[in-house]
Design a protein around this ligand. Structure first.
Ligand code: AMP
Length: 198
């Protein structure tokens, strides 16, 4: 079973790469950003709550996000495993995820971080904003706010899983296929498989 956290700043290519990894390993893709956009599209109370944070480039509060993720896990059952894209984004979310997976008799097996510098991210997201239909992709100030939230609140999640020997960095610059091959290598080369390794 693979339970992969596909990690990295906004615009680092997580969604693009997740599509290919899902096909290759027959995994279920869970993107909390997509789940929020679905709720917003349906004007649900959860979507209305999340929208004001997303529009400002801020993280949606942990209790809202964790509840939504748990609900999604309860409604999907893939023995091959999951790709989590955009979750966990805080240490509290990581701890909640660890507990949820433990309850289900499993755990996070890999964290792969796509490494892309800030200027490249801003360039990519502004380009994506021309067609993505996402308000948070069109305003440079909001994009920079999202990067700041990533650096401040999300990047420590790398260290949380590095303690278990399962975090790896992959160069996120290059052709899509090239980056996929790097991820594939990172996923298939054995890593420390025990949370007690260190
Ligand atoms: P994304 O599509 O992953 O770039 O997420 C878009 C926006 O959704 C983020 O800027 C956050 O406002 C919100 N969001 C997505 N995932 C999370 C999460 N795990 N925790 C908090 N907010 C999130």
């Amino acid at each position: 079973m693979i339970n992969l956290i596909l990690f990295g700043p906004p615009g680092s290519g997580k969604g693009t790469q997740a599509k290919t990894i899902v096909e290759k390993f027959d995994l279920t893709h869970i993107s909390t950003g997509d789940l929020f956009r679905y709720e917003i599209g349906n004007k649900t109370p959860l979507g209305i709550k999340a929208k004001k944070y997303m529009d400002d480039g801020l993280l949606v509060p942990d209790e809202v996000t964790i509840g939504m993720l748990e609900n999604k896990l309860d409604n999907s059952n893939n023995p091959n495993g999951y790709i989590l894209d955009g979750f966990p984004r805080t240490i509290a979310q990581a701890s909640a995820l660890d507990a949820m997976l433990k309850e289900r008799g499993t755990k996070v097996t890999h964290l792969i971080a796509l490494d892309v510098d800030d200027n490249e991210i801003v360039k990519r997201i502004m380009e994506r904003g021309k067609t993505s239909g996402r308000a948070d992709d069109r305003n440079e100030e909001i994009v920079r706010q999202r990067i700041e939230q990533y650096n401040e609140l999300t990047s420590p999640v790398y260290g949380h899983y590095d303690k278990f020997g399962i975090s790896k960095k992959v160069d996120g610059i290059g052709e899509i296929d090239e980056i996929f091959n790097r991820i594939y290598d990172a996923l298939t080369v054995p890593v420390c498989d025990s949370q007690e390794c260190n």
